[in-house]
Design a protein around this ligand. Sequence first.
Ligand SMILES: [Zn+2]
Length: 197
Amino acid sequence: MNDEFYMDLALRAAWRYQALTLPNPAVGCVLLDRGGRVLGIGAHKKAGFLHAEANAVFAALCDLDANFAQDFAREYAREFGVKFQNLEALKSALLQPSFTYDFILNRHGGLLRGACAYVTLEPCAHRGRTPSCAELLAQLGLSRVVIGTRDTNAQAAGGAEILRRGGIEVKFDVCRAAATELAEPFYLAREGGFCFI
Ligand SMILES: [Zn+2]
């Protein structure tokens, strides 16, 4: 399997939520372990909730460590009064971002060290309603991040620099045309020209 294959998986995951993420871009992420096995696939589903990278990381950690998922569900229920029927319901839920990012950073246990991420759009650098995805991936100790297209949003750009400073190999422009097409409604909406009719 080559980089284009995995980026295509990330693009497909993102398209399921196309336009539902506005005013944010639709973004997809695929995580692989060092042996090339898919650990998690994530998409950004709705503005104000987890970004694609965090969704993929969360799904991967739930699968890799049953205690991670159980403890998360218990602490989430205590904090927000929300319970999940099963693991799939937990992995597909719209989770409160700050709580989830903090839990991931406290409890990842180095399980994603050396992993590789395919992200359709450059991971964000800024802390907005959610923490920075570039910082998250750097703290998890990934070895490589493959990016579809650059983030031209001045506020969010710069993720690649954070990754490189964290010792992560960064590769740009894999399936760039398709990744740009995915992000197009976001750019149009930002310019005020996007219309569903
Ligand atoms: Zn992000």
